[in-house]
Design a protein around this ligand. Structure first.
Ligand code: AHR
Length: 484
């Protein structure tokens, strides 16, 4: 027997448009994200374009990558951009302090910008505030974006790039409260202002932000640095357990399912709290909020590369719930970057030697594509709740928006792993789209069975009472609703 859900949609906008950049990615020099996952080198037998693997680039182009944050994460505050330019044979080899292994610097600024151009992606540089002087950050930006005949621009030209690149976004440090320098917010705030002052060229300046708990940090940064930033940032990871025992990516039970989804939904509470503090100091909402690291984080299996984890239907649900939360906060949330693009944490793409698979998270991104640039609409959802162990959740969660082409886009998530849901709406048109679901809560794709979890076509007709949608248990349905 399905649970009964009611959804009433108005034509009133619920906020400004959903920036496509909330569907952004994060690429860190860590484990097999860059080397192997994206870059195999021009000499590799794995088909590639100037070193970037064709299968992964093809899948990402298909998905559309509006923005990429690079090269960290924690890596960013230990990175000297000069290590990654010039003759590859002469680039220094360094230890990757945070994630282990050697950093060959084979992928540097020119290579990364080549990838960004192939993907048609904006660039969000994560620049070093933790261990390099302000001049280093300023010079990196000048090297990349200067059109005139300065010594740095001429050096870029000698290294093979005539035209300047556009660096739309620059992050000033990363997790300055932790791996970015273990700073007090007061000290970070002064440093931020100093680095932001000397940045060169036109770029939006994002302040290293908050990791889930420190309201004080938000207060201090917004009060003392608000006028020197264009964005403040938030990191929010979803762990079924805690940092000592995070939990398994696969083979989990219904309690862990519910706990994970509940924690994922906590992103909205955190966005609310951070936004309210921002509102106090920035009434006009000039400063954006970038959720520039988000996703699930499980225990890394023995022998796997750093932060590698499998990705199941549960991760797709986390993605859908996060997207819905971003859609409800478009007045502040202008960018979000899933951690991470390939082979680490909640990855849309996994690779194994020459093989590649698309995870359920990739498919969630794909289902939600019509929401990019759409305007969220006000809607009222009445849903029963269900209980698993000591966790209570709404049966259904929703987002609705008017797309740029005028169509109404509706996303529905049935969180209940047992019961189907019937959603009765006041919409008058028929619905067409796709559904993502599977038999098991930890269903996932493997290199031998890469199509185990893929979207299927979905359609529903409007009756006399309006459009009614039947949702299978543990499913994501995204449809375009036609005019009656
Ligand atoms: O995404 C992995 C790490 O998580 C990043 O390097 C860091 O910023 C965060 O703590």
């Amino acid at each position: 027997e399905p649970v009964q859900v009611r959804l009433d949609v108005t034509q009133q906008p619920a906020g400004p448009r959903i920036e496509p950049t909330v569907y952004g990615h994060f690429v860190e020099h860590l484990g097999r994200v860059v080397y192997e996952g994206l870059w195999v080198g021009p000499e590799s037998p794995i088909p590639n374009t100037r070193g970037w693997r064709n299968d992964v680039v093809g899948a990402l182009r298909q998905l559309g990558v509006p923005v990429m944050r690079w090269p960290g994460g924690c890596f960013a505050d230990d990175y000297d951009w000069r290590d990654g330019i010039g003759d590859p044979a002469k680039r220094p080899v360094r230890m990757n302090k945070w994630w282990g292994g050697l950093e060959t610097n084979r992928v540097g600024t020119h290579e990364f910008m080549d990838l960004a151009e192939m993907l048609g992606s904006e660039v969000y540089l994560a620049a070093n505030m933790g261990s390099m002087p302000p001049r280093a950050m300023a010079e990196w930006l000048e090297y990349m974006t200067e059109d005139g005949k300065t010594t740095l621009a001429e050096e870029r030209r000698r290294n093979g790039r005539d035209k300047p690149w556009t660096v739309k976004y620059t992050g000033i440090g990363n997790e300055s409260w932790g791996c970015g320098g273990n700073m007090r917010p007061e000290y970070q705030s002064d440093l931020h202002n100093q680095y932001a002052t000397f940045l060169r060229g036109s770029t939006l300046r994002a302040a290293s932000g908050e990791g889930g708990t420190s309201d004080h940090l938000v207060e201090v940064l917004m009060e003392h640095s608000g006028k020197h930033m264009d964005a403040f940032t938030l990191h929010y990871y979803t762990l079924p357990g805690d940092w000592t025992k995070k939990g398994e990516a696969l083979g989990f039970n219904a309690d862990a399912w519910a706990k994970t989804l509940k924690t994922a939904m906590g992103i909205e509470t955190r966005i609310d709290v951070v936004s309210r503090i921002m509102d106090k100091h920035d009434k006009d909402k000039r400063v954006a909020l970038y959720v520039d690291e988000w996703g699930t984080w499980y225990d890394t299996p023995d022998g796997a590369s750093a932060l590698w984890q499998q990705n199941s239907l549960r991760d797709a649900m986390v993605a859908a719930l996060s997207f819905n939360a971003f859609h409800r906060h478009t007045n502040r949330v202008k960018m979000a970057n899933i951690a991470q693009m390939v082979n680490a944490l909640q990855s849309p793409v996994l690779t194994d030697g020459p093989r590649m698979l698309l995870t359920p998270t990739y498919h969630a991104f794909d289902l939600y594509k019509p929401f990019r640039g759409a305007t969220p609409l006000q809607a009222k959802l009445e849903t029963p709740r269900f209980r698993t162990g000591d966790v209570e959740l709404p049966a259904v969660e929703a987002s609705v928006a008017r797309a740029e082409d005028g169509s109404t886009q509706l996303a529905l998530v049935n969180l209940d792993p047992q019961r189907p849901a019937r959603v009765v709406t006041n919409l008058k048109g028929d619905a067409r789209g796709r559904v993502l679901t599977a038999a098991a809560i930890d269903a996932h794709n493997t290199f031998d069975k890469p199509q185990a979890v893929v979207p299927a076509p979905y359609a529903a007709r409007a009756g006399a009472q309006g459009l009614v949608l039947e949702l299978p248990p543990k499913s994501i349905v995204v449809v375009s609703v036609g005019k009656p």
